[in-house]
Design a protein around this ligand. Structure first.
Ligand code: AMP
Ligand code: MG
Length: 568
């Protein structure tokens, strides 16, 4: 009784801290209290959906399509959303995985909620809560360099918004929840393999510290969906799955582009003003708010592309409809983490021209920002247009500097110098020419002293460095690196290695790891998905289970032939 009373009091304290002043407290403070009392006993966390509800939806203030019937239309007009309910799945549902952290920290749900049938029905789109205001968003986009008109959202429905106990605002979407007016030729569904990849990767990116949407839960049904995975004329029935995914906002560059391209300028202004008010509140009274918003999006987007670069992540489909206005990674499709380093790495087997290759992402993001600037231009006067041009012109030097800073950090250094570009370029050249592994090369620089690194016998267990060391310029590079380390005041080997291990992950979601989990999941064994999710929560920490499964070893040979496509 005493314990119960005590934990209730502590919990109320913790709740009030998180509700009102959470951001002012060190994050761990709340967690500490929660850990002492045990998360499961906290009334903040809802254990059933009858206790949980969406917050009042502001999105509904935006122009809504007048036509309420849900049938596919090529040109919806003067609307940001259409009112559409998810289409229920008809067959047996299975819960593949949840993200306990996303449920707890974002949605204030006790993970035990996922044991209930109503939760599974909710994720599948079969149970729509009374507080939900389901909407399908209308957007367009430039796909592979060309204006592609109205695109989506053809298979995601926003269920509503939730303001959590920390005061954070999140929009919940079901992806794969059936046809909408924007489905074009599609069935509105998503298959299990692509849903597992989105679920795992969006969570993994979060734990790598990269701005991203999140995934809270994934269910699979027996409803058949037919896909020709590699567009080679072999259609096959797969199973429909749904991901509950979360982001502060799902607006994209294409959300504005469609309105400008269609000349719907009044709606454009309403939407941009809404976006500023909700997601850039500091700018709402700024006389120069459109330029400021653009500038903010531009630098955040460049930062994001640099983040991707630092972990060797290629998004795969960097069309403007997949570019978030908040600078977060969204719409995980045929993405990939480069393994044997190749700057022209293209994870998407359909991208024959290598438009979205790893090393082109910064350039592409800049190209996409030009399209965003064009979409905003009807709202701007000449002076504002020229300011936007100034922002555009500054992006190249901005990204060079930020990228240098990021890579210098990966090498355990702290104060970037212009001459570091030579060091980084040389390393990447050697990596490419020796086909060294991107993730493990950086990581292994933190597992050996620079004094030992040119001694071949010390590289036995450092497989990626061993590869690198076969290059004729390896010793030149090490010489440069050693001298550079010496130049940084107080940088001992211990500190250098410690920093490297802190900033360079040991585990990323390699294609083969996802593939094993997908194949098991196809047989209704979801343990591998769940285990991967757990391991990728701590990508910087050596973990027994991950080592046992060889997640930091050279990828298995069979995986070299793995391909991913846009088909999902
Ligand atoms: P993505 O390449 O996944 O970003 O998709 C591009 C557009 O096609 C988006 O608007 C999606 O909603 C839409 N789309 C993709 N797959 C389907 C599908 N199976 N059914 C309906 N729309 C889809
Ligand atoms: Mg997309």
């Amino acid at each position: 009784m005493k314990i119960l009373l005590c934990s209730t009091i502590l919990c109320v304290v913790a709740t009030s801290i998180t509700c009102d002043t959470c951001d002012k407290w060190p994050k761990n403070y709340t967690h500490l209290v929660m850990d002492i009392i045990g998360r499961d006993t906290c009334p903040r966390l809802k254990r059933s959906l009858s206790e949980w509800q969406f917050s009042c939806s502001k999105l509904k203030q935006l122009p809504i399509d007048e036509i309420k019937e849900n049938y596919v239309r090529g040109n919806v007009e003067n609307a940001v959303f259409s009112e559409v309910s998810p289409v229920p799945l008809k067959t047996k549902l299975r819960l593949v995985s949840i993200s306990r952290d996303a449920l707890t920290d974002i949605l204030d749900m006790d993970p035990e909620i996922s044991d209930t049938e109503e939760f599974i029905q909710f994720i599948a789109g079969n149970k729509v809560l009374d507080s939900s205001t389901p909407l399908a968003h209308r957007y367009g986009g430039y796909q592979f360099g060309l204006w592609a008109y109205q695109l989506g959202d053809g298979r995601a429905v926003s269920l509503g918004e939730y303001v959590n106990s920390k005061g954070q605002h999140w929009e919940l979407q079901l992806k794969g929840s059936g046809r909408t007016p924007y489905s074009r030729f599609g069935d509105g569904r998503a298959v299990l393999r692509s849903s597992v990849r989105e679920f795992l990767c969006s969570e993994a990116m979060y734990y790598l510290g990269i701005p991203t949407s999140r995934a809270a839960a994934l269910v699979v049904s027996e409803d058949p969906v037919v896909r020709d995975q590699f567009y080679k004329g072999y259609p096959k029935a797969e199973r429909a799955a749904v991901v509950l995914r979360l982001a502060p906002s799902w607006f994209r560059f294409g959300s504005l582009e469609i309105l400008t391209e269609n000349g719907e300028l009044a709606t454009l202004k309403v939407l941009v003003d809404y976006i500023i008010q909700e997601y850039f509140p500091d700018l709402k009274d700024d006389k120069n708010k459109y330029v400021q918003m653009f500038s903010d999006i531009a630098y955040k987007s460049m930062d994001l592309a640099i983040h991707w670069d630092t972990v060797g992540f290629a998004h795969g489909v960097l069309n403007t409809d997949n570019m978030s206005l908040l600078g977060i990674t969204i719409d995980y499709g045929p993405f990939g983490f480069v393994e044997t380093y190749d700057p022209l790495f293209v994870p998407n087997s359909s991208d024959d021209e290598k438009r979205y290759a790893l090393c082109k992402q910064l350039e592409i993001v800049r190209w996409n920002l030009e399209k965003l600037a064009h979409a905003l231009s009807p709202l701007l006067n000449n002076d504002e247009r020229s300011q936007i041009l100034d922002v555009m012109n500054s992006l190249s030097s901005y990204s060079t500097q930020k990228r240098r800073q990021a890579f210098v950090r990966k090498l355990g250094l702290q104060q970037p110098e212009d001459s570091d570009d030579e060091l980084i370029t040389l390393l990447l050249q050697i990596m490419a020419e020796t086909r060294a592994d991107f993730t493990m090369t950086f990581r292994q620089f933190g597992e050996i002293d620079l004094t030992d690194i040119t001694d071949k016998s010390k590289l036995d267990t450092l497989w990626s460095l061993e590869k690198l060391s076969g290059h004729r310029l390896f010793e030149d590079f090490i010489e440069l690196y050693r001298n550079r380390v010496k130049k940084e005041k107080g940088l001992t080997e211990e500190v250098r290695k410690e920093r490297i291990l802190k900033f360079n992950p040991r585990y990323v979601l390699r294609n083969w790891m996802a593939q094993v989990a997908i194949e098991r999941a196809e047989d209704n064994d979801f343990t591998e998905v769940q285990m991967l999710h757990e391991i990728l929560k701590n990508p910087f920490t050596v973990q027994e289970e991950a080592e046992k499964r060889k997640f930091a070893d050279p990828p298995p040979e069979w995986s070299l032939f793995l391909r991913v496509s846009c088909s999902s």
